[in-house]
Design a protein around this ligand. Structure first.
Ligand SMILES: NC(=O)c1ccc[n+]([C@@H]2O[C@H](COP(=O)([O-])OP(=O)(O)OC[C@H]3O[C@@H](n4cnc5c(N)ncnc54)[C@H](OP(=O)(O)O)[C@@H]3O)[C@@H](O)[C@H]2O)c1
Length: 273
């Protein structure tokens, strides 16, 4: 489906156009590298202009695609509307939207600054929902396009000390799966990508170093799997055997037990970190 759509665009001599949020580093930057290699023109969005510039220079040296960057704080009210207007100012039609921007928070819920929690709700829930609402109708009208919403395996079950992170990612999973079902007959793909522990700045920013028996994914593992799954129209995507195992375990073990276990593993000052 997506391949046919890319073929059509290339036949019309128009490169496909992807908008990627949180593209300044980590998984978002890797989506940019992979999509540029596939011939997508790119709009890269994040707050850190220096990092966006560095990535743009890298992509211009290695590919011939057009790359535009915009600094935008997605925690601001109405950020999705601003994102949509910016995207429209470059191209009327967006082929692929990657809602990847996000951050973690670690610690006792009542100890979190309210403003930081509000930022998380805005970036994870409002931007994902509103941008899907804004970008999807044009894709459906043209019977072409795809949206990738980046969630997490943390959205599969409640996680004490990361309560709002896990809950917002659970929202993204539920929302994306439901809208993907609604869009099933439209030839537009909606994917919810659920990485596990991945080597990026994410954990440092969240103030948490997870203790794991299993090796982390690389951003490349995540993006390669996500884009491969997009070609087959898969909705819920996990990465590697670890992701598959988490998906199955969380389906069969009662939530109360999972919540108790995750509290033990994640608790601040526990021996696990
Ligand atoms: N790493 C993991 O283990 C892991 C696991 C599962 C899911 N994920 C998810 O994967 C996504 C990418 O995370 P990552 O691991 O690549 O982390 P990262 O390296 O910390 O990158 C996060 C990206 O989000 C952007 N961002 C954060 N807040 C923003 C805001 N208010 N406005 C605009 N952009 C913002 C950052 O850009 P600026 O700082 O430049 O604005 C950065 O580009 C997130 O949604 C995360 O929840 C990560």
């Amino acid at each position: 489906m997506v391949e046919r759509f890319l073929q059509t665009l290339f036949m019309e001599n128009k490169p496909p156009f992807a908008v990627i949020t949180g593209a300044s580093r980590g998984i978002g930057a890797e989506y940019a590298r992979a999509l540029a290699a596939q011939g997508y023109d790119l709009l890269l969005v994040a707050r850190d202009q220096n990092r966006l510039n560095q990535l743009t220079n890298e992509l211009r040296q290695t590919t011939s695609v057009q790359v535009w960057t915009e600094t935008l704080d997605l925690a601001r009210p109405h950020a999705a509307g601003t994102l949509y207007q910016i995207a429209q100012s470059y191209r009327p039609h967006v082929s692929l939207l990657v809602n990847n921007a996000g951050f973690g928070l670690y610690g006792l819920f009542t100890g979190m600054p309210l403003s930081t929690i509000q930022d998380m709700l805005q970036v994870h829930i409002h931007v994902t929902t509103e941008s899907t609402r804004l970008f999807l109708p044009d894709m459906i009208n043209r019977r072409q396009g795809a949206i990738i919403n980046v969630a997490s395996v943390a959205g599969f079950f409640p996680i004490p000390y990361m309560a709002e992170y896990a809950a917002t990612k659970a929202f993204i999973i539920s929302f994306s799966e439901a809208v993907a079902m609604e869009a099933k007959e439209t030839e537009v793909s909606i994917q919810v990508c659920c990485p596990g522990y991945t080597e990026t700045d994410f954990h440092k920013t969240a103030g948490h170093r997870p203790h794991h028996m299993i090796s982390p994914h690389t951003p490349r593992d995540v993006v390669q799997k996500s884009l491969k799954a997009l070609r087959s129209g898969q909705t819920l995507v996990t990465i590697g055997w670890q992701g598959l195992a988490t998906q199955w375990i969380t389906r069969f073990i009662p939530q109360k037990w999972l919540t108790r276990l995750s509290a033990r593993l994640v608790r601040p000052n526990s021996s696990s970190h």
